[in-house]
Design a protein around this ligand. Structure first.
Ligand code: MGD
Ligand code: MGD
Ligand code: SF4
Ligand code: MO
Length: 749
């Protein structure tokens, strides 16, 4: 793949070797890793040089299987796998183009360190590792071990996340580490934990095909999960598809019913619907009695949500609300699906739980085509939820539980005292820690917060306050890398081995089918090198390679709801098209698609699910006379991935979306503001002002505008408000004003 690499004649010992101080004080150069080990050298010998191998895509959480075609051991192309249980022969443009972006010119090919002139300059790995350890250790000596934190990702392999979390917390003494999954899935995690007793999305993708009523809330499948939309299209039951979204999205257009609710009024709507279901007797009393707690209290609470309150707040008509309730009642297999329109809200957890409540009330869980189903975002969001050692202890354990700490310590062969006995700060608390001067050093891995974090101007200022910032990324050009004192060049998807866990809990394989450019190394290798340089290598002597770590993760999962002890090895995952958790040892052979709670048993000690509810609250920054419009943000096109570090490198993908930032605005507002289609406008919030091209469209309602998150400037505007339980940012609501910039010029004079 990378021609540059073929010409790299640097001896291996210098590329990967390091000067190691021996006991007697002498320095010797040692090879830290064997040639050909993950990250360097050719594709492993157990893969035939001219063959096809199946692996999962490294973008979204759908987890499509891709057949990668090899020649001479290197990838030369790919096609979607026809026999993979997820995508059944389809892939979206990002998947098709996944190999192309690996050979982009701005790949990070060598470590970079900031020199005395303030410029990033290439250094060798040995120097980089020394700087990493010296600077972080100096900060920890001066300000305590907690003064260094990390921010990681849902986009590296589970084995890498586990190694990072263990190295940081057990090896380096770091207490605070979180990931970009906070921006994305934290709400669903908390909602499930509180309601079910464990973070357990219950569904399997086949449920898309088996429902007769699908309710999609704040989820734009056609853009964000197009292959899951394909699964909906395969549904033979002529299903009713109800989309709840303030915008007329591509998905809303394809639905049978679109409920264009006022933004952030979901919770009121679902309480109102629950009230109707109970009042009409459209509930499953047997299920409620046998498998839930809190129903009576919930019923009483709902008196405060009469239909007139619901219609007034949501902007829907009485008929729309009642028909929605009736559709749920009439469906035999009703499934509720949600994504960021729910999770990214000031009351996201309760909104997610209000959907869980609807499923519990009507007994729509644990049967084919049912469920309260959060769709994840990144390729390994689920891996990070279970095994990143950030918000919970490895394997879904609890840092606060001494038995859990002892169990994990025993499996890892470490002293239990090395495991922190308190929880990490969440991402926004780490950010506040920088402001308060408590966090002085930050290590950022596979995420680009300088673009993606809420209220970007503030974060940029805070990143500047750090004593030391390390960025570990496959590109040296990201917005966050611009702030780095040290950049560690990472190999990417396709250049390393490991597993990812998709939305339906399916563990799939990623494989090394291309060589990383220059001196870039797999994150796994980088973490191992750091462990060695830091002096805690002994702790990870069994963590020799990703598959060895997978075996450790299996042990950590034993007895947990996510038990995967029955999965033998990578070969088994390969042969079976991935496997869903749980998969405990000794369990009856499982089918290729499985859902949870078929026996109605949940994970709380009483085995019941909980009805959870709380009065609705007003959104933190509603529009006012100065900033009269409400800004929504989200995914713009199938061809754009987040901060675009990868997708903008593909010429094919670039043709599929507008290069310039655009703002969608309703014709009524455009007229009122004197804005013509395609005219440049300013979009301004109390925090910033950006330029964008006006896309005048009925897809957004009057009073609302929409900006796709893929353009760097967008988070200059967003308002830093968070769900109180999940600490997830509310990216989809802040007040703005839009004004024309300069006189309008016709495009066709
Ligand atoms: N092409 C592409 N696909 C992706 C990604 C990508 O960057 N590009 N990212 C992946 C990731 S990490 C994620 S998390 C998912 C996100 O997938 P989605 O959540 O489906 O995508 P978004 O566009 O962020 O938000 C979904 C919808 O929420 C709506 N919304 C806003 N406010 C409200 C509200 O108050 N109530 C309701 N009901 N809806 C509201 C928006 O109008 C939007 O249409 O996509 C994944 N897939
Ligand atoms: N306004 C607004 N903002 C949002 C959202 C929104 O809806 N609206 N959505 C939020 C959501 S849901 C999410 S998930 C976040 C995403 O936000 P980010 O995580 O910041 O976005 P990405 O572009 O996916 O960043 C991933 C980084 O990892 C690098 N990378 C890729 N593969 C590897 C690898 O294998 N190793 C290493 N070391 N690096 C790698 C990429 O080059 C890139 O720099 O954005 C959030 N921000
Ligand atoms: S839908 Fe998601 S997993 Fe499938 S090819 Fe596209 S980006 Fe990859
Ligand atoms: Mo996400």
């Amino acid at each position: 793949m990378n021609k540059r690499d073929a010409n790299d004649k640097t001896p291996l010992s210098e590329r990967l070797g390091a000067l190691i101080r021996q006991r007697d004080g002498k320095l010797t150069r040692e090879l830290l890793l064997a040639p050909g080990q993950f990250g360097l050298g050719k594709v492993p010998a157990n893969r035939l040089p001219d063959a096809t191998t199946t692996m999962v895509c490294g973008y979204c959480s759908t987890g499509c299987g891709l057949n990668v075609h090899l020649k001479g051991g290197e990838a030369i192309g790919l096609t979607p796998a026809t026999d993979y249980p997820v995508n059944l022969g389809a892939a979206c443009p990002k998947g098709w183009e996944a190999l192309t972006v690996l050979s982009a010119g701005d790949r990070a090919t060598t470590p970079l360190a900031r020199n005395a002139l303030g410029r990033l300059e290439p250094v060798d790995w040995e120097t980089a590792l020394r700087i990493f350890c010296d600077r972080f250790q100096a900060i920890q000596r001066a300000h305590g071990p907690e003064s260094v934190a990390f921010l990681s990702t849902g986009q590296i392999a589970t084995e890498e996340m586990a190694l990072l979390g263990s190295l940081a917390k057990f090896g380096m003494g770091i207490v605070h580490g979180d990931g970009n999954t906070r921006q994305c899935m934290a709400t669903a995690v908390v909602a499930y934990k509180q309601a079910f007793g464990f973070d357990a999305p219950p569904y399997t993708y086949r449920d898309f095909e088996e429902s007769d009523v699908l309710v999609l809330v704040g989820a734009n499948l056609c853009v964000a999960h197009p292959i899951l939309w394909e699964r909906v299209c395969r549904n033979p039951h002529d299903p009713r598809i109800v989309v709840v979204d303030p915008r007329t999205t591509e998905t809303a257009m394809a639905a049978t019913t679109h409920l264009a609710i006022r933004p952030k009024s979901d919770l009121t709507l679902f309480y109102g619907v629950a009230r109707i279901l109970i009042r009409e007797g459209w509930i499953d009393g047997d299920f409620i009695d046998a498998h839930t707690t809190g129903f009576e209290e919930f019923k009483e609470f709902l008196f405060d949500y009469p239909i007139h309150r619901v219609t007034k707040f949501t902007g829907l008509s009485e008929r729309q609300v009642i028909e929605f309730a009736r559709a749920i009642h009439e469906g035999r297999r009703v499934s509720f699906w949600w994504t960021m329109g729910v999770n990214q809200s000031h009351e996201g957890v309760r909104t997610a739980q209000s959907l869980i409540n609807l499923a519990l009330l009507t007994g729509n869980i644990g049967r084919p085509g049912t469920g309260a189903n959060s769709i994840t975002g990144q390729c390994n969001a689920m891996g990070s939820r279970l095994f990143s050692n950030t918000t919970n202890l490895l394997g879904g354990h609890d840092f606060l539980n001494p038995d859990h700490r002892r169990k994990v310590a025993a499996i890892l062969g470490i002293d239990a005292a090395r495991i922190p006995d308190r929880n990490s700060w969440a991402y926004p608390e780490i950010v506040e820690g920088i402001r308060d001067g408590k966090i002085k050093g930050l290590w950022v891995i596979a995420t680009n917060p300088a673009h993606s974090w809420i209220d970007q101007g503030d974060l940029h200022e805070l990143l500047g306050r750090l004593d030391f910032l390390v960025v570990q990324d496959m590109y040296a050009t990201t917005e966050t890398a611009q702030h780095a004192d040290l950049l560690l060049p990472a190999a990417a998807w396709g250049e390393k081995d490991g597993t990812l866990i998709n939305s339906e809990r399916r563990i799939g394989l990623v494989k090394k089918v291309a060589r990383a450019p220059g001196q870039a190394l797999a994150d796994f290798v980088i973490f191992k090198l750091i462990a060695r340089a830091w002096g805690c290598e002994a702790m990870f002597q069994d963590w020799t390679d990703p598959e060895a770590v997978f075996q450790i993760l299996k042990e950590l999962s034993r007895g947990q709801p996510c038990d995967i002890t029955g999965i033998e090895d990578y070969r088994m995952l390969d042969a079976r098209g991935g496997l869903q958790w749980p998969y405990p040892a000794g369990a009856a052979p499982a089918g290729i698609e499985r859902r949870l709670f078929e026996d109605g048993m949940f994970y709380h000690p009483d085995r019941r699910a909980k009805f959870l509810f709380e009065p609705t609250r007003p959104m933190p920054e509603p529009p006012d006379h100065q900033f009269p419009l409400l800004l929504l943000t989200g995914r713009g096109s199938v061809a754009q991935w987040h901060t675009q570090t990868r997708t903008k490198k593909s010429a094919v993908l670039r043709k599929l979306y507008p290069q310039e930032v655009y703002v969608e605005i309703n014709p009524e507002d455009a007229r009122r503001c004197g804005i013509r289609p395609n005219q440049m406008v300013s979009v301004e919030s109390p925090r910033g002002k950006i330029k964008a091209k006006a896309a005048v469209t009925y897809a957004v309602r009057p009073g609302q505008v929409f900006l796709p998150m893929h353009y760097e400037v967008v988070n200059q505007l967003t308002h830093p408000s968070f769900d109180p339980y999940s600490k997830q940012p509310s990216y989809k609501a802040c007040a703005v004003r839009v004004r024309p910039l300069g006189p309008w010029k016709s495009l066709h004079p």
